[in-house]
Design a protein around this ligand. Structure first.
Ligand code: COA
Length: 449
């Protein structure tokens, strides 16, 4: 499938209108009542540099050079950038609150894409913390996205405790692997194609189109913002330690490039047979490419350990090594999603089993509050009908839950039965409800944004 055959669910016009759209009035008024100004920051304006410095400071990072700012400006044109300003501060052009967002595309169970508001760069200056600035910005972006007709929102987080209160849930967990390579023992397939080294720039050129073809295989993946490819490949002019990155490609027997990987080797000067490899990115369009790239990485000479981040919680790799205890795997929350338009969200994904559920959903922000009948047919296609709260059809399984819990099960990686056992969902038939929301492949997200 070529990239042009993939339906563009978030059109460039929609994205541009959202980027240029106003800030949310309700949050603007709330902040103004506290003497603060909430406004958009055009990426090509002078206000962008101070905004970026505030983001860096907010993440306890160092001051940005002019070169960094120029590079970030060039790579930020896809973002809607917003700041909160304190006119009474001595450096009033530096915002005390920052947030950025854009309309991306989220893959859902079944391989469809749904427009989703990606949120990033959320910081509040330590001088202004815990006064409700982050809440005003988050609620503001969610209202703006909802008003623009965007059915989902999503983000990755620095701390797990921040976003549940706005209805976000960690719907795709990620796994970090540390593999003792000499112990692992490759027992997976040995594909016919070939692995070759390529310049990092070549990875940068091939990555976007390959990812466009690969991302529909996994719920949770999103379209990669263009600047991220430079981060993966180390091809940005301000990239640090770019020279340590090595790139390889997998070409299948018919001569098509089906996979890419970037990794770095860290020598062990005390014992040259015990180098460590950090895998920065493995991108595989086919199972062959996946097997060939991982085999290559696990069989590198002079390497004792390979580590990789942002893997799925259920990698086929686990079944491709002879000794599963050669891998130490840790899991954590990664891709957070938040349903804004319940009908659009549920009708876009496919479900694991037929059934009829009455979803009684509470949403403190009001976007998806109410009762909905979800009717799923034998093909896993769902139809949603809003109903009165006490008007459940007799044969529907009643499920009462918050928008955070519904968002948690949306990508099919969290079982509704587990949330029921955790006391977070009320239903008489957790098994039937869980079967409907299940999916055969766990969701994943292979990077941070
Ligand atoms: C996290 C951060 C943005 C919070 O900003 P803030 O303006 O202090 O947050 P608010 O005052 O609006 O607080 C909103 C709510 O979040 C809670 N909260 C804020 N920071 C929290 C934290 N670190 N852990 C747990 N709860 C937190 C508040 O208690 C408040 O709860 P409530 O409204 O439900 O009662 C800010 O501390 C920050 O910039 N941290 C460093 C950068 C960072 O990690 N950003 C997040 C990137 S994903």
């Amino acid at each position: 499938m070529s990239t042009t055959e993939i339906p563009v669910v978030a059109s460039e016009d929609d994205r541009a209108a959202f980027r240029a759209g106003p800030v949310d009035e309700q949050s603007q008024q709330r902040l103004a009542a506290n003497g603060l100004a909430y406004r958009r920051v055009p990426v090509d304006s002078d206000a962008f540099g101070p905004w970026l410095q505030s983001v860096a400071r907010g993440f306890q990072d160092s001051e940005r050079s002019d070169e960094h700012i120029a590079s970030a400006r060039e790579r930020s044109s896809y973002r809607r950038v917003t700041g909160v300003y304190d006119p009474a501060a001595p450096v009033s052009e530096a915002p005390v609150g920052t947030i950025a967002s854009w309309i991306g595309e989220l893959t859902v169970p079944g391989g469809a894409l749904i427009p989703s508001c990606a949120i990033t760069a959320v910081t509040v200056a330590p001088t202004h913390r815990r006064r409700g600035i982050a809440r005003a910005m988050l609620e503001g972006e969610l209202r703006s996205a909802h008003a623009a007709g965007v059915p989902m929102a999503m983000l990755t987080v620095s701390e797990s405790t921040l976003y549940g209160r706005y209805g976000f849930a960690p719907a795709a967990a990620s796994a970090t692997w540390r593999i003792e390579t000499r112990r692992a023992g490759w027992i997976g397939p040995v594909p016919e194609g070939r692995i070759d080294f390529i310049p990092r720039q070549r990875f940068r050129e091939l990555g976007p189109a390959l990812h466009e073809r690969a991302r529909r295989r996994f719920a949770g993946e999103i379209d990669v913002p263009p600047g991220h490819w430079d981060n993966f490949a180390g091809t940005s002019p301000v990239a640090e330690k770019a020279g340590e990155k090595r790139a390889v490609q997998y070409t299948d027997a018919s001569g098509e490039v089906r996979g890419l990987a970037v990794y770095a080797v860290h020598e062990n000067h005390d014992d040259f047979t015990k180098a460590k490899v950090s895998v920065h990115y493995v991108l595989a369009e086919t199972d062959d490419a996946y097997a060939a790239l991982w085999r290559f990485l696990l069989e590198l000479d002079l390497v004792a350990e390979v580590s990789a981040h942002e893997l799925s919680v259920e990698e086929p790799l686990w079944w491709m090594i002879a000794d599963q205890r050669a891998a130490t795997i840790t899991m954590r929350d990664h891709q957070y999603v938040r349903i804004l338009d319940l009908v659009a969200a549920l009708e876009t994904r496919r479900f694991g089993a037929a059934g009829r559920l009455l979803l009684d959903v509470s949403d403190p922000l009001g976007f998806a509050d109410g009762a909905f009948v979800l009717e799923v047919d034998a093909d896993g296609v769902g139809r949603v009908t809003p109903v009165e709260r006490d008007a459940a059809p007799d044969d529907a399984v009643v499920v009462r839950l918050g928008i955070t819990e519904l968002s948690a099960v949306y990508l099919g990686g969290v079982s509704l039965a587990t949330l029921h056992r955790a006391g977070r969902v009320v239903t008489d038939d957790p098994v039937a409800a869980a079967r409907v929301f299940s999916w055969h492949t766990p969701p994943r997200l292979s990077f941070w944004y």
